[in-house]
Design a protein around this ligand. Structure first.
Ligand code: NAD
Length: 261
């Protein structure tokens, strides 16, 4: 637990499923107020209902498309209307859909860039504006991926968006460091969330992914939430512009494990 997080306010985009929901849950358990952003119709799953019941008005759900400028501004306003100011902003929303690059329609490329990279920019800008207005040493956390580092065939748009997120994070971290505003990336490996549901429903594909993780385990969303709690907290007060990899060793060239190569 990070006692300094108590009473602080976080916005988490894509906050009602997968990694976002795990982070929202952890932040609420840390005593924070949380605005959980979602897109489309709100699906109240058992897990979401449980935290709504447990934490009451400390949790606000708000619909906003992270790739839409006005809607992201409205999301920030919802946070300040409910909880007066913002301390932590997690740009977590993201999408992926494979295409061989030669067959990738331009609008599919653009959609992934708009949500995964454009959404990170719009969320970061909204957070910076609120931090500066209130002289806050806030924390921004971007949900990148091991694919900011590891190339991924048929996911050129996704890998480009995450590589862009890395350089965006480092640049903004440098730009705002003297104000005490921190900007960091989390790079999950293979985590069991809805984005991987179809793949992991197939035991062969699941085993194939698992074999790419030197620690031999598909990650749980809570492992990423642990990283998000740490980076939001004072324990990380000297950490900015970094990428915290949460992948069971996936980035460590697993083909070389056991002396191969
Ligand atoms: P997920 O599909 O459950 O989460 C993505 C969330 O983003 C969903 O709630 C979705 O509704 C929301 N979203 C999509 N487009 C949006 C938009 N335009 N505006 C607002 N919200 C939008 O899957 P997840 O695994 O929890 O993914 C969360 C993040 O983690 C993504 O950025 C993803 O790229 C990243 N990531 C996941 C893994 C993994 O293995 N699960 C690995 C690396 C990176």
């Amino acid at each position: 637990m990070y006692t300094d997080l108590q009473g602080k306010t976080a916005v988490v985009t894509g906050g009602t499923t997968g990694l976002g929901l795990a982070i929202v849950t952890r932040y609420l358990e840390e005593g924070m107020n949380v605005v959980a952003d979602y897109i489309g119709e709100l699906k109240v799953t058992d897990d979401l209902k449980a935290i709504q019941d447990k934490f009451g008005n400390k949790l606000v759900t708000f619909q906003a498309d992270v790739s839409n400028e006005e809607q992201v501004a409205a999301l920030a306003k919802a946070a300040t209307d409910n909880f007066s100011s913002i301390d932590v902003w997690v740009n977590n929303a993201g999408i992926e859909k494979p295409f061989p690059t030669a067959d990738m329609p331009y609008d599919e490329w653009q959609k992934v860039i708009d949500v995964n990279l454009g959404g990170v920019f719009l969320g970061t800008r909204a957070a910076l504006r609120d931090f500066e207005k209130n002289f806050k040493k806030g924390s921004i956390i971007n949900m990148s991926s091991v694919h900011q580092q590891i190339p991924w065939s048929t996911f050129a748009h996704y890998a480009a968006s995450k590589g862009g997120t890395k350089m965006f994070t480092e640049t903004v971290a440098l730009e705002y460091a003297e104000k005490g505003i921190r900007v960091n990336n989390i790079c999950p490996g293979a985590i069991d969330t809805p984005i991987n549901a179809a793949k992991f429903a197939d035991p062969v594909q699941k085993m194939q992914t698992q074999s790419m993780v030197p620690m031999g385990e598909i990650g749980k969303p809570e492992y990423v939430a642990d990283a998000a709690a740490f980076l939001a907290s004072e324990q990380a007060h000297y950490i900015t512009g970094t990428s915290l990899v949460v992948d069971g060793g996936m980035e460590l060239y697993p083909a070389f494990q056991h002396g191969a190569g």
